[in-house]
Design a protein around this ligand. Structure first.
Ligand SMILES: [Zn+2]
Length: 406
C-alpha cells in the first residue's frame, strides 16, 4: 500500500474509546545504523510506560497499550524497514496493526489517542511530487526522472545539428544568413521534438493510440507505476543558445514548469540533483507564499478565507474548507464531537448536537483528518512563510454560517 492509500484508510478509522498508539521513526539509509533505530523506538515506547499503570484509564485501554508496546518493540527487531521512515499504528484492543513506509524522514514521535495521528503522513504526501528534469542543448536532450531522492535517466533525444554554427561561407558572406537560419531552424525542430515527447509523458491522454513503453534504466513504465505521471518540469540548458526552448513549450506544459537553470552538471548526478533541488525548493516556497497570500487577501475582503485555529475549527465543522494551510508547529489540545463532527478548543458538550465531547491531544490532527475526509486539500507551509498567529488558515468553499451562540 502506498502512503496515500494508508492515509485514506487511517482517516476513516473512527474513535471507539480504545487507544491507538501511533509511532513515527526515521529509518536510516545505512543498515549499519539500524541499532540506532531500535534504541530510538525503544526510548519512544518507554514514554508510554506510565500509561500502562494510569488508573484514570479503563483496564482494557491499559492492557491494550501494554500489548502494543510489546508488539511494536518486536516489530522493530524483526522487520527491516525501508528508508526513509516508518509510521506504525497499533491497537491490540481494536485488532489493529498497520505499518506505513514513508517517502521522507519524519520526526521521531509517539502519540496515543482514540484515532491514529496522521499529520506527518499528510505532510509528506502533500510534498510528494514527480518531477521530470530535462537537460538540453541545441541538438541533444536528456530526460531524467527524479523520484525517491534519485535522478534516473529516462531517455535521450538526439537531433541533427550543424557542425559549426559560425560557418559563414568564407568570403561569400551572403551565406551567413542562410547558415544561421538553418542552425536556428534545426534547433527549433529539436526543441519541438523534445517538447512533444514531454507532452506525452506529462499528458499521456493526449496520445492514446500510441502505447509508449518507456524504460527507465531497466525498469519498465509499468513497474514504475504508469499511473503516476510527471507533474513538475525542470529545464536545464547548456550555454545561452537554448533560451528558445521554454518558448516552444505548449501552454499546458509550461504551467508545469517549476523553473530553469543553466550549465547542468550532467556528469555528476549529485551536483545535478543539487541544482534541481534548488529550483524545486524555490518553486515550492513560492507556491506556499502565493497560497497563504491569497487566503490573507480574501479574508481581508470578508467571506471566503479564515485564519487562526478557532475560525478554522468552525470552518471544518461546517464542512467548508477547500484548502487548509498549516505549519508543523500548529498543535494544541481540543475537543471533538464524534456524532456531528464539531471541532472545538474546549468544553464538555457539543454546542451543535448536545452530545458529550471527546478530548483530543492534538486538535490540529483532527482538523486535518476532517478536511481530508470532506475532500479538501491540506498543505503544509515551511516555517517563515506565514505571518505569526495566522495559521492554520483556510480557503473556504462558501462563507461560514454564524457560530453557535454567535
Ligand atoms: Zn455534535
Amino acid at each position: 500500500m502506498t502512503a496515500v492509500q494508508s492515509l485514506n484508510d487511517l482517516i476513516h478509522l473512527r474513535a471507539d474509546g480504545l487507544p491507538i498508539v501511533s509511532l513515527y521513526a526515521v529509518v536510516p539509509v545505512d543498515p549499519k545504523d539500524h541499532n540506532g533505530l531500535r534504541s530510538r523506538v525503544n526510548s519512544l515506547l518507554d514514554q508510554l510506560d506510565p500509561l500502562t499503570d494510569d488508573r484514570s484509564l479503563e483496564r482494557e485501554a491499559r492492557l491494550s497499550i501494554r500489548e502494543d508496546i510489546v508488539r511494536l518493540r518486536e516489530a522493530v527487531l524483526a522487520e527491516h524497514w525501508k528508508p526513509h521512515g516508518i509510521g506504525l499504528f497499533a491497537s491490540s484492543a481494536r485488532n489493529l496493526f498497520e505499518a506505513v513506509e514513508l517517502p521522507s524522514e519524519p520526526h521521531d514521535r509517539v502519540m496515543v489517542d482514540a484515532t491514529p495521528w496522521v499529520r506527518p503522513i499528510a505532510a509528506m504526501v502533500d510534498k510528494e511530487h514527480r518531477p521530470c528534469l530535462v537537460t538540453l542543448d541545441r541538438g541533444h536532450a536528456v530526460l531524467w526522472e527524479y523520484q525517491d531522492g534519485e535522478l534516473r535517466q529516462v531517455e535521450e533525444i538526439k537531433d541533427r545539428v550543424l557542425r559549426d554554427d559560425d560557418y559563414t561561407g568564407g568570403r561569400w558572406g551572403g551565406r551567413e544568413w542562410a547558415t544561421h537560419y538553418t542552425a536556428g531552424e534545426l534547433a527549433k525542430r529539436h526543441f519541438r521534438h523534445v517538447s512533444e515527447r514531454l507532452d506525452r509523458l506529462f499528458f499521456p491522454q493526449h496520445d492514446q493510440e500510441v502505447q509508449y513503453q518507456t524504460v527507465v534504466e531497466g525498469r519498465s513504465e509499468h513497474e514504475i507505476g504508469a499511473d503516476r505521471r510527471y507533474d513538475v518540469l525542470v529545464v536545464a540548458e547548456h550555454g545561452d543558445a537554448v533560451a528558445g526552448f521554454v518558448d516552444e513549450l505548449p501552454d499546458q506544459l509550461r504551467q508545469k514548469l517549476a523553473g530553469t537553470f543553466t550549465d547542468p552538471s550532467v556528469n555528476d548526478r549529485g551536483a545535478l540533483k543539487a541544482q534541481a533541488d534548488e529550483v524545486l525548493d524555490r518553486w515550492e516556497r513560492e507556491r506556499e507564499k502565493q497560497q497563504i497570500g491569497h487566503v490573507l487577501e480574501i479574508e481581508a475582503m470578508g467571506g471566503w478565507g479564515v485564519t487562526g485555529l478557532h475560525r478554522c475549527l468552525w470552518a471544518a465543522s461546517s464542512k467548508g474548507i477547500e484548502t487548509l494551510l498549516l505549519r508543523e508547529t500548529d498543535e494544541a489540545p481540543g475537543v471533538v464531537c464524534d456524532v456531528c463532527g464539531w471541532l472545538g478548543e474546549s468544553g464538555d458538550t457539543c454546542p451543535v448536537s448536545g452530545d458529550p465531547l471527546r478530548h483530543a491531544p492534538d486538535i490540529v490532527d483532527q482538523l486535518v483528518q476532517s478536511v481530508l475526509r470532506d475532500g479538501g486539500e491540506v498543505h503544509n507551509l515551511e516555517e517563515g512563510i506565514a505571518p505569526d498567529a495566522r495559521t492554520p488558515a483556510a480557503h473556504l468553499r462558501f462563507p461560514l454560517p454564524p457560530e453557535p451562540g454567535e
